[in-house]
Ligand binder design. Sequence first.
Ligand code: HEC
Length: 194
Amino acid sequence: MVFPKVLAVAVLALCPPAWTQSPTYKLGRSPTAEEIRSQDIAISPTGKELPAGQGTAKEGATLYVRKGCAGCHGATGSGAHAPTLISRKGPQTATAVPCLAPCVNDSNTMGVHSPFATTIWDYINRGMPLGKEGSLTPNEVYALTAFLLYKNDIIKKDELMDARSLPKVKMPNRDGAALPPEWKHGTPRLQGYP
Ligand code: HEC
């Protein structure tokens, strides 16, 4: 199993132009507008790409169990094998399971460190539930995001999250994160970023 993988990587490394359209060898093709649209699902900090839909923490609490989040992240959002999603309050005791890499514990959950609530929406939408990525509807992602924000004491229980309200959520670490400068076409990525 390992050998063909290594071989595939080696072959690809030898022909990088195959990734783009090559005028010399006539390899590859430009993606269609529709193909680009289907892949272009990232949500930026401003949330301007967010789809229609809405959800509350109450709906999210049910989905957290029904969609299997609790199975991996723990019923209380901490102390399980998958990263901690809900910071525990009060005195903390060591958890029964070791913190697995990437180690996310109480002090660095997304609710604590992420400067934008839209990042949580984007993460859940693209990457969760692990193994069934892309299966959640926008309403479900809004509700699950609302649930995690509420449980981390960032929004109120009945606050409705949608494309307008989510980007306005003031995250605790909104001003504490070092953000790269805005990228412009034709300049290297992360230019000037310390
Ligand atoms: C099969 C196990 C599994 C299930 C089910 C699952 N997750 Fe995860 N989740 C993970 C793992 C593992 C990671 C860490 C992935 C990584 O960082 O590479 C993760 C990461 C996350 C993160 C990012 C945490 C951080 O601070 O980096 C969020 C948010 C999240 N999951 C939410 C959810 C939600 C909401 C659901 C339910 C819809 C869900 N997960 C279902 C295993 C799971």
